[in-house]
Design a binder for this molecule. Sequence first.
Ligand SMILES: Nc1ncnc2c1ncn2[C@@H]1O[C@H](COP(=O)(O)OP(=O)(O)O)[C@@H](O)[C@H]1O
Ligand SMILES: [Mg+2]
Length: 363
Amino acid sequence: MDDARGVIEFDQVTKVYPGATAPSIDRLTMRIEAGEIVALVGPSGSGKTTAMRMVNRLHEPSSGTIRIDGVDNRTLPIEELRRGIGYVIQQVGLFPHRTVLDNVGTVPALLGWDSHRIQQRSRELLDLVGLDPSTFGDRYPAQLSGGQRQRVGVARALAADPPVMLMDEPFGAIDPLVREQIQDEFLRMQRDVRKTIIIVTHDLDEAMRMGDRVAVLQEGGVLAQLATPEQLLSAPANAFVRQFVGGDAPLRRLALARVRELPLIPLDVAHGQGFGLFVDATGRPVHWASGAPVTVTVELETTLRTAAGELLAAGAQYAPVVDELGRPVALLTTDMLHGWLNRPTEAMLAAAVTTTLAQAHTA
Ligand SMILES: Nc1ncnc2c1ncn2[C@@H]1O[C@H](COP(=O)(O)OP(=O)(O)O)[C@@H](O)[C@H]1O
Ligand SMILES: [Mg+2]
């Protein structure tokens, strides 16, 4: 089945570089599903790049096995292996004397496609990464911004339609102001192409944003935890992860959820509790039943982090939730935010069950 292509398995993979006394990757075992993005995150030197480069055999494991769709990657001819793996790095490495279209078509040309098919594919890919081929196709890399060059790098990596993409700090060189936008565009594109992606980053925010799951590596190349962003924050596996996600874990968790995900108080109920809202002629909230003015509103798509910030800034305990026309649809209170942060999550429940079972076992 075509959808199922691109499963990557690390099986007890260890890498000790020649002359090194300690492993750079230490018995790494993890399975990455087809179509999934796993973000590899950890401090500098924790072995992220090493782990990634063993997938396309830029480095060889000292022991253990990496399988792609069940096949040991050492058994494939290296060109065949790499044809199935797009590789994107920070210094994009575009050919400066070739046009954007020719850069994107590099791999198809190596594969011997005819020039019409290469042209067509390259234009399609530029479109996909948000660059208009008639505007950008004939430019040279030096005529592009850093963000545009990075998009060309992504288009080039996608050219042969590989099921797997490896991306090593791909957005690291991009201006922080446009980085989020490029990350969002990349995620939108991924919804169409559904590649299996390993993305290396030292930036936890980027890892949480991009990863369906996040793999946290600690010093010595040890996998500390592989989990969803929410699980990582609500149930860190050890002290290292707890420290790594930091004291602002509650704020990060709030950033992962949106107002519409809360059990909001419907307006008719709110009214019965004395939260009556008065609206103007256009239906926008003006003041409460008490006569106090409405100083802050939040939207359904607002993240809980932004909503909390707005409530704090306004010194308010509650705010109307409004639709895209600014008309109130429900009520949000600070208690709800506390309640949401303190609710038992699936990961915490699972941990509690495991502990209880272990205790029952030893008893
Ligand atoms: N080619 C190499 N030869 C020897 N040691 C290396 C090589 N590449 C990386 N290392 C060492 O392996 C460890 C992990 O490096 P790396 O995988 O680059 O970490 P990260 O990408 O997490 O910063 C570091 O101690 C680094 O010095
Ligand atoms: Mg690295």
